[in-house]
Design a protein around this ligand. Sequence first.
Ligand code: FAD
Length: 288
Amino acid sequence: MYISDLFKKDRPAFTFEVFPPKKTSPIESIYGTLDELAKLNPDFISVTYGAGGSYADSKTCKIASDIQEKYGIMSVAHLSCIYNSKEDIDMILEDLKNHGIKNILALRGDKNPDFPIQTDFRYASDLIEYIKEVSGDDFHISGACYPEGHMQAESLEDDIKKLKIKVRAGATHLISQLFFDNTYFYKFQDKARMIGINVPIEAGIMPVSNKSQIERMVWMCGASIPVRLNVILQKYGDKPDDLREAGIEYAINQIEDLLDNGVDGIHLYTMNNPYIAGKITEAVRQML
Ligand code: FAD
């Protein structure tokens, strides 16, 4: 199944993201998590691709393949390009095809001074163009988008103009960066629609469960923390169980508002935590 089929349904999509175990952990360590997440029956599960690491070490393809084969759930393989040459990408596409993967989230990747950048691909749109050129319609291609603008963009408006290049190149579905204030998402979505970006846009939701983790994410992607969330972080920052429950409630409220406002889909950054994903899914199922 391709992601494009998902948006022909008469309800918003509800999808998950997981990350592979660390290089030093065996791949098997994720299967307990997947067993639980699969029971929640998301529309797809996407699997991240380590920044700068080698494809051979990345467990993305194997996990994405198992999500389809073992659990019967559509999967999406993330694939970043700045650390790969065209030859690397040819090999990866072949491997993804051989594993029955039909959906790719095509990304630039974050710049990391520890890894040498290759010169074949500069932007995600270059990768998308290349996949289209060498693989035609074998893959459905998704792209990333940024409700508050990408950290390196001149402005939100400029970032959305660049997003249009990505869509023109062949991305037919977008997944947003995490955000905690829905007004950013609505403003971004309006601006994107105004310049003719008409593909489905899923809203990326990350439940807050750990103060330092959120501080790191915010530092990395620049998401704003609204006052209400800041109060939660101050109040429960040193009480992990309370913070987790408050974070779940915050995410559910965010999702409810997004669904009320006609969002195309919710993409839950599960952080490989089935308990949190389970609580949120239970609430979301009542809303869909
Ligand atoms: P691009 O779309 O290439 O954009 C990067 C910057 O360049 C932006 O500032 C943009 O405005 C600008 N730009 C884009 N196109 C052009 C153009 N044609 N000309 C000039 N400027 C341009 N990273 C990983 O390493 N692995 C993952 O698995 C992963 N998963 C992610 C999932 C989601 C949903 C999101 C939102 C991000 C993910 N990332 C992942 C992070 C991502 O790699 C970084 O955010 C990265 O900095 C940008 O990637 P991009 O594909 O959006 O880049």
